[in-house]
Design a protein around this ligand. Sequence first.
Ligand SMILES: Cc1cc2nc3c(=O)[nH]c(=O)nc-3n(C[C@H](O)[C@H](O)[C@H](O)COP(=O)(O)OP(=O)(O)OC[C@H]3O[C@@H](n4cnc5c(N)ncnc54)[C@H](O)[C@@H]3O)c2cc1C
Length: 413
Amino acid sequence: MKHVIVGNGPAGVVAADTLRKLDPGCAIALVGDEPEPPYSRMALPYLMMGNIGESGTYLRKDPEHYRRQRIDLVTDRVEAVDTRARRLRLASGATLDYDRMLVASGARPLRPPIPGLELPGVHFCWTLADVRALLADAKPGARVLQLGAGFIGCIIMEALVMRGLDLTIVEMGDRMVPRMMTPAAGGMIREWCEAKGVRVLLGERIASIRRDRALVAELASGGRVEADVVIVSAGVRPNVDFLQGSGVDCAAGVLVDESMQSNVPGIYAAGDVAEAYNQATGERGLNAVQPAAVDQARIAAANMSGRHVTTRPELTLNVLDTMGLISSSFGRWWGVPGGRGVELVDRPGWRYLSLQLDGECLVGATSIGLTEHVGALRGLIEGRVPLGPWADRLIAEPLRFPEAYLARAQAAA
Ligand SMILES: Cc1cc2nc3c(=O)[nH]c(=O)nc-3n(C[C@H](O)[C@H](O)[C@H](O)COP(=O)(O)OP(=O)(O)OC[C@H]3O[C@@H](n4cnc5c(N)ncnc54)[C@H](O)[C@@H]3O)c2cc1C
């Protein structure tokens, strides 16, 4: 059995290792188009902070790992797939035949149509090469303008501030992390960032960037910001271009079933590129975080090796560390039609909680600074635990959710 894995990030590497464990006799080719040993993007902020060197980002620390596991590392770019012939065409002109293929090609950063993004000093923060170029430009004291305050934008902020950079953020949404946080929670994160010396401009767009003596960003509202470095963090898009014309169904990413298989038998997808079934929404969707990539890769690899394994209904859970302020959102944190919710804001204590109920079950939550009780929230939501009288009690006193968990979930177990 010949397995080809397109993409050598966390999803690709975990799938390759899992395949080897489950099928000692199979052939595995792991194709990646970056000229680096397979590495984790999640580790890039630690590299920026100087906590680790480049080798600290590598997914397998032993350089002999792939040879010993008989995983053939191919540095090349997959350009097209012929699903009838089961053959991949590579940028070098070579071809690779497969019996089963895993699409683990991840995502790439969005490039908004802003004039000036091609100028020297404008960077993305997505690859090892990006970080090398960024660090060369962003010397301590440099003025940095960051476009975007989403999940990744917030994660990299701490590394930028720790490097002694003077940071301004421009976000077009009305709050920070708008796709993960309620308005009040996003507002609290903003206050936290401002208290740490970061300037935050919300509901604002960069219209263009030009180079004067420094970089000058013209804002849509008419203002302007001068900077030595601009970082673009405006969201991501799955890497599916090479699947064009292959017959593999894609929406934004590759549409897969509960075994991570696409509509084409023998072709699977996992990680940032996959649109998997999401229990929280009842729909298929992207979940661009590393733990999801790795879980999906294990499931895909098990099925590629001939087992039958399906995704367990999984709760969407995002945890974000914004310069030391820990926030989380769970399940349908935005609430459900006909449901009810409660919100508690403790500004002086940097604590926040929003609970969303559907009937007598908790279906979503957003929290800031309540890290010690994340497990209880998760247990109540994932287990769809009937809260009985605790539903009304939580609406009146939301912080009592750990007691509700003990009384309803743990007692039932
Ligand atoms: C700065 C930063 C911080 C992050 N922090 C966190 C965090 O704290 N927590 C978290 O959960 N997630 C975090 N993430 C997101 C996380 O890194 C991704 O969810 C994860 O990398 C997804 O893994 P993947 O294997 O699907 O894709 P990727 O890691 O993107 O790997 C895919 C690989 O495939 C290659 N490829 C693409 N197309 C082709 C092709 N046609 N041919 C050959 N190769 C190809 C790509 O170049 C890439 O090397 C962070 C991301 C960034 C950028």
